[in-house]
Design a protein around this ligand. Structure first.
Ligand code: ZN
Ligand code: ZN
Length: 104
């Protein structure tokens, strides 16, 4: 699921160390639902412009430990919001006209 621009980052020892330390600090528990946390998520999504900015990529304030299903849900929402659409509560797609918003 890592995109080409971020592949090198995710393989870097600084990310491996940071994500491991972050995971330990959360006792390996998903911050959303309390299941086993498996993946460290970036709240501000990585993109080619910020991939070399440690204040984004390695900043604990920008990280979240999630289980796989919470992570998938959040990524879906984030992607949809970036494209300018989102799902309403009854499952309809609607356009959003503001800039990227945090979904929670
Ligand atoms: Zn979860
Ligand atoms: Zn993520």
């Amino acid at each position: 699921m890592a995109k080409a621009f971020s592949r090198k980052f995710y393989n870097s020892s600084s990310w491996v160390k940071t994500s491991r330390a972050y995971k330990n600090s959360k006792f390996g528990i998903c911050e959303k639902c309390g299941a086993i946390g498996e993946e460290v998520h970036h709240i501000i999504p990585l993109n080619p412009d910020n991939i070399n900015d440690p204040n984004i990529t390695l900043n604990w304030d920008n990280l979240m430990l999630l289980c796989r299903s919470c992570h998938e849900l959040i990524e879906e929402k984030t992607t949809a919001t970036i494209k300018g659409i989102r799902f309403t509560e009854d499952g309809q797609i609607e356009e959003v006209h503001n800039d990227i918003e945090n979904t929670y």
